[in-house]
Design a binder for this molecule. Structure first.
Ligand SMILES: *[C@@H]1O[C@H](CO)[C@@H](O)[C@H](O)[C@H]1NC(C)=O
Ligand SMILES: *[C@@H]1O[C@H](CO)[C@@H](O)[C@H](O)[C@H]1NC(C)=O
Ligand SMILES: *[C@@H]1O[C@H](CO)[C@@H](O)[C@H](O)[C@H]1NC(C)=O
Length: 302
């Protein structure tokens, strides 16, 4: 039998022991050359990382971290056969913060004494290869990694990463001056969702959040459900004329405007970045005549 188990950083891993006569070994994913080391043999725990529970039914690895990733084998020494072989994967992301695209990601530092270091693992690595070395974003001397200059700031309260994008998703580790892990926080970047209801003839405004040269804008009508590319890295495409937006759609800085909205415009405007992450979606609806009447009556009453 062989299986994979995923645990969050800090959880306890329990290895079932059908009998105390079994042997348990561990092959460390971070140092595979050291081979299989014994955790338990001859009914005795022989490694400080493991302990037996009081009912002697399980071997426990307390508060797992990256160093515990690897293969755990329970073997019957009499038959030399594997009873159970489990690959343990340790994930960082038990503690997740959701930040909207383009906003600041603040990692709390209260109670920590500087200097600190900040490390990062992209989501794909965090999910199943946590033992891979992380990228150093900020060193204890305050140097930030290439591509992060000007984006990271540290105060007494927070380490802050500005203007987050989908590419920043993953886990962030704060260590103190001794190299001890003090915080682990994962970042989940969410798109902005806007529901806009306008009167016929009004203007729809969409903020691109990023420089227009870094985005795509797609439009999907409620009537045909096919996405059309309207803006390609800052340039309007010919689709806008086919969709009847010509002369009504324009850009000013990082804002897009659609003038004179009408019932056939109803649909979704989606902004994506150059890596394909969604920055925002704006659902355009039109206020119906009845809604106007209600609004007018309210106004008359007051
Ligand atoms: C696995 O190897 C890493 C790197 O050498 C080490 O830090 C960690 O403590 C080892 N894990 C165990 C359980 O011995
Ligand atoms: C890790 O997960 C990613 C995404 O699910 C997958 O593509 C990749 O093959 C996995 N890698 C390993 C070593 O399991
Ligand atoms: C947007 O990017 C272009 C090309 O890189 C640059 O020339 C322009 O100044 C940028 N605009 C803003 C508002 O940052």
């Amino acid at each position: 039998e062989e299986d994979f188990q995923t645990f969050f950083h800090g959880e306890d891993y329990h290895i079932r022991l059908p009998s105390l006569a079994l042997e348990v070994t561990f092959r460390n994913r971070s140092s595979p050359r050291s081979g299989d080391v014994f955790l338990m043999r001859g009914g005795i725990v022989v490694n400080s990382r493991a302990k037996l529970n009081s009912r002697l039914s399980h071997l426990i690895i307390d508060a797992v971290d990256e160093g515990d990733e690897g293969v755990y084998t329970v073997k019957n020494p009499e038959t030399l056969q594997d009873v159970q072989r489990t690959t343990l994967i340790v994930r960082d992301c038990s503690n997740e913060l959701i930040v909207k695209y383009g906003e600041h990601f603040n990692i709390p530092l209260l109670g920590l004494t500087p200097p600190i270091t900040l490390e990062y693992r992209p989501s794909a690595v965090e999910a199943n290869q946590t033992s891979r070395p992380a990228l150093m974003l900020l060193t204890s001397t305050g140097m930030s990694r290439d591509g992060y200059q000007g984006r990271i700031s540290v105060s007494e309260r927070h380490a802050s990463l500005s203007v987050v994008s989908g590419a920043d998703e993953g886990s962030y580790t704060v260590r103190d001056a001794e190299g001890v892990i003090q915080r682990k926080v994962c970042l989940n970047v969410k798109e902005h969702q806007n529901f806009v209801k306008l009167h016929r003839g009004k203007t729809l405004k969409i903020h691109l959040i990023l420089n227009s040269s870094l985005v795509h804008l797609y439009y999907t009508s409620d009537y045909d459900h096919t996405p059309h590319l309207l803006l390609d890295k800052g340039e309007f495409t010919s689709a806008q004329a086919d969709l009847g937006f010509e002369e009504r759609l324009y850009m000013d800085g990082s804002w897009i405007f659609l003038d004179q909205v009408k019932p056939s415009d109803v649909g979704e405007f989606k902004v994506t970045d150059i890596l394909g992450f969604t920055v925002s979606t704006t659902h355009l609806g039109l206020l119906r005549k009845e809604d106007w009447d209600v609004a007018d009556k309210e106004r008359l009453k007051n």
